[in-house]
Structure formats: C-alpha cells, structure tokens
Design a protein around this ligand. Structure first.
Ligand SMILES: Nc1ncnc2c1ncn2[C@@H]1O[C@H](COP(=O)(O)OP(=O)(O)OP(=O)(O)O)[C@@H](O)[C@H]1O
Ligand SMILES: [Mg+2]
Length: 216
C-alpha cells in the first residue's frame, strides 16, 4: 500500500464525466491531478489542461501523463500504433504533499498492456475509487458490475457520482445493491466552467472524512 493520500476517479464508460468530477475534487481538496494514461490527443488537448483550467490549478498541481498517445483508443491499442508498450514501472504513484486525484482512461476493463487492465492499475496504485456513472436507464447494471470488479480485487470504493438527469430510484438501488454511497450528483449543466466547478467543490466533504466513513 502507498502512503500517498488520494483517490482514483474511474467510471462506467468513457465520456461520462470523470474529468469534470476530477476537477471538482481537485478544487475541493486543493489536490494535485494526474492522468497517467492519456489517449486521443489527435482530436483534443487531453484531460490535463481541462482539469487545470476548470479547477484553477497552479502549474505545480498538475503532473503530466506518463504516456500520451494520439489515437482515440484504449491505451494498449493507441500505444501499439506508436510502437510503444506501457512500462508498469512508469505507472508509479507520484509522491506529493497534497492529496492526489488520479483519473483513469475509459472504465475498468480497458486494456493497458497484454497483462494489465485499468482495474489492475488501480489495484497496484492502492488508492480508493470514486466511480462516476450515468444517472439514467442502464446505469444499475453498469455500476453494479463495476463495483463487483473492484470488490473482487479488494479495492476500496469511496462512493459513486451519478451524472445526468437526477434519478433517485437508480441512486437508491445502486447504494443498496452495491453496498456503497452516492457521494454527490451532477445534473445536466448548461455550461461547464470554473465557476460551476467551484460551486460543486464547496459541498464536497474532506477526503479524510470520506475515508473514515468507509473504514467504519
Ligand atoms: N453534467 C454535465 N452537464 C453537461 N456537460 C457535461 C456534464 N458532465 C460532463 N459534461 C461534458 O461531457 C463531456 C465529457 O465529460 P468528461 O470529459 O468529464 O468525461 P470523461 O469520463 O472524463 O471522458 P474520458 O473517458 O474521455 O476521460 C465534456 O465535454 C464535459 O464538459
Ligand atoms: Mg476524462
């Protein structure tokens, strides 16, 4: 286990709101952000500058990705196109004074190497997980499957963050059948800005408090 405090932000899918949630958590905890595996740079600037801007992070609060690939594919496939194999030795948790918010790529069962999925990376890093999910129809299945994969490996789950139109029934079922808690929720937003991120960040409990709640 690592001594570095922090969380790993993963999700039930890609494009689901992990980066927005990461920005909110960075802002709330004055944390340092790290996206170890970035893909898709052919089409976009990547999540690191987005979080830096949304959370208003100073340059030192952002650690560059260990790997940055052009193709909008899973890391294994995107790396293959550049003849690069991910070296697990470079996926070691940076040691920083602040809490660390680490964002995954896609969901849990996303190939990083022939012998490594994102869920294996999480297990190795030893951070508890924040699971970002869709709020609507289909989410109970995706969320419970993700929770089961995490629990099988003994990875602690701080809680779930549904994104989209509020759906109390789905939240209840996720909490009940997934034996977890809804940390907070994000409704559809007209704009995603630093101001909005800062408003959400104001209502997030301290990481220590969340950690104590799951260890009770
Ligand atoms: N609640 C919301 N309301 C409106 N737009 C949102 C909301 N949540 C996220 N978005 C937008 O949806 C897009 C995808 O969100 P985000 O980048 O956070 O997803 P992701 O899970 O990090 O994706 P990736 O797997 O590529 O890292 C972004 O443009 C983001 O601003
Ligand atoms: Mg992202």
């Amino acid at each position: 286990m690592t001594s570095q405090r922090g969380v790993f932000v993963t999700g039930t899918d890609t494009g689901i709101g992990k980066t927005l949630v990461s920005a909110i958590l960075c802002r709330a905890w004055n944390a340092t952000y790290w996206k170890p595996l970035q893909t898709g740079l052919a089409d976009e600037d990547g999540d690191t500058p987005t979080v830096r801007d949304l959370a208003g992070l100073a340059p030192l609060r952002v650690i560059p990705p260990a790997y940055a690939f052009q193709a909008p594919l899973a890391p294994l496939a995107a790396g293959d196109l550049e003849n690069v194999t991910v070296n697990p030795g470079r996926l070691v948790l940076p040691q920083v004074q602040q809490s660390l918010v680490v964002e995954g790529a896609g969901g849990l069962m996303v190939p990083v190497r022939e012998d490594m999925m994102i869920v294996d990376l999480i297990e190795g890093l030893g951070l508890p997980v924040v699971l970002v999910t869709r709020s609507g129809l289909g989410t109970i299945n995706h969320t419970l499957l993700s929770l089961e994969a995490l629990r099988r490996r003994g990875i602690p789950v701080l809680g779930v963050v549904p994104v989209g139109p509020p759906n109390p029934g789905n939240e209840q079922d996720i909490a009940r059948f997934g034996r977890t808690r809804i940390l907070f929720r994000i409704p559809p937003l007209e704009v995603v800005t630093e101001t909005v991120v800062s408003e959400f960040a104001g209502n997030i409990p301290l990481l220590d408090v969340l950690q104590q709640q799951i260890s009770q």
